[in-house]
Structures are given as C-alpha cells and as structure tokens.
Design a protein around this ligand. Sequence first.
Ligand code: SF4
Length: 264
Amino acid sequence: MSSVPPGAGWPGDPATAETPVARTPAQVRRLARGVPLAEVDARVSVCRACPRLVRWREEVAATKRAAFAHETYWGRPVPGWGAAEPRILVVGLAPAAHGANRTGRIFTGDRSGDWLFASLHRVGLANQATSVRADDGLALVDTRVVATVRCAPPANKPSVEERATCAPWIEAEVGLVTEHVRVVVALGAYGWDAALRTYAALGWTVARPRPRFGHGAEATLVSGDRSVTLLGCYHPSQQNTFTGTLTEEMIDDVLGRAAAIGHP
Ligand code: SF4
C-alpha cells in the first residue's frame, strides 16, 4: 500500500499533515461543511471513508503500471482543480488508476485527459494542449474540473454506496463556486446524473421530466432568479474516442458552446 503523505511537497498538494481525515460517511458530511474551497480541496485529498477505494487506490500506487514503474504515484483522492471562481464547471466520473491517481491532478496523465485538455485549449479555456503532470504549467481559463467520486475505483465503477459517501464533497465544492458558474459540462451519463443530483441537493430546480443525457443535450437549472446551463458531452474515454463515438469536432462543439455561454 502506498500514497504521498499530505504536505510532503507534491506540486499542488492542498493538504498538510494537520488536515483532518474523514474515515466514515458521517465524517465526510461533517468535514465537508462550512469551510472555504481550499480547505475542501485539502480535506477531500486525504479522505479515507470508502475502504474498498482506499485499498484499491493505494494498491495501484504500490504496484504501478510497468510504463510508470519509476514514478511515485499520488495514491490519494483527487480534488477539483482549475479556477477558484469558475464560470465553466466540467463534471467527470472518477480519477483513472494510472492517470490522476498517479499524477495527483484531475484528468492528468491519461488519454481521456489528453482529449479533454486539448479540446479546452482549442476553444480557449486552457493555456496549453497537454497535461502530463501536476507541475507542467497547465492553467485553465475560468474553468474548473471536478470528479463525482474522488478516488480511482476498480474497473472505473464506484458503487452506489461509494457515490453517496463521496457526494458531500462535490456538493460542498459546487455550493462554494455556484455564484460564479454559468455553465456545467457533464462528461457522460454519470457526470450528467451527478450534476443534476448535486444541483438538486443544493436546492436548485431541475425540470420534470428529468432531462436526459445525450451528446449536445442541453438543460436549464434554476434557483430563484439564477439559471445555469447544463450541457451533455460524451465522455472522452478511450472506448468512445477509439471507436469514433466521440470525435475532436464533437467535443469542441460542446466545449466551444460552454466557452460561449461562460464568456458572453
Ligand atoms: S471516494 Fe470520496 S468519500 Fe470515498 S474515500 Fe474517496 S474521497 Fe473519500
């Protein structure tokens, strides 16, 4: 078992040795409440509330993939990353075992991230097209990327219980940035459901019948006199990009639309 100790100098590590650690679902709910965004990032990054996922992320970090055998893996939950006051929020599923679980930054170091960040760059929402490690100089423009479940799950499949245990983290994070967000891009049906569920938990009104996910699908979420546009985008997984289900033009269309809404 292996993971980077909090505060050990990993680039972008939001935590210190003193950051409180959630070990149960109740502790996640308690620790996610009433703290600023930077502290949410710190607390989520040391969370240990899902025994199966903690075991898996640390086992992967210890055994590694042969291509990365010389690297130290992050092996911890992956916090949201990007602008602290985002106008555009991108919601994904969970860190990849040898991607963000290795590099410590969301979508960084795997093929899905290559696609996502290259497209964000093409539509003007990232300063560079590549994303290889936490200190590679990548910066997002008014955009924040978050995972629904913050630990790498076996076979990319978190359980319903794990998703529920992790929900307070994304709810806290979205609650803290919601005054700035104009548009949410949901990657895949999982991200779509998570975005709807999170905004509903924060008291926003979601249309009935519930809007259905599709590539290019668009829905409006409302809270009082405020509204946010939800956009659906096929997940840039290798399954989708290898088969041509998702092309560069398709992802650019959705992220370009998000950029236009976020920067009217
Ligand atoms: S999935 Fe979420 S709640 Fe579970 S251990 Fe990871 S960060 Fe904590």
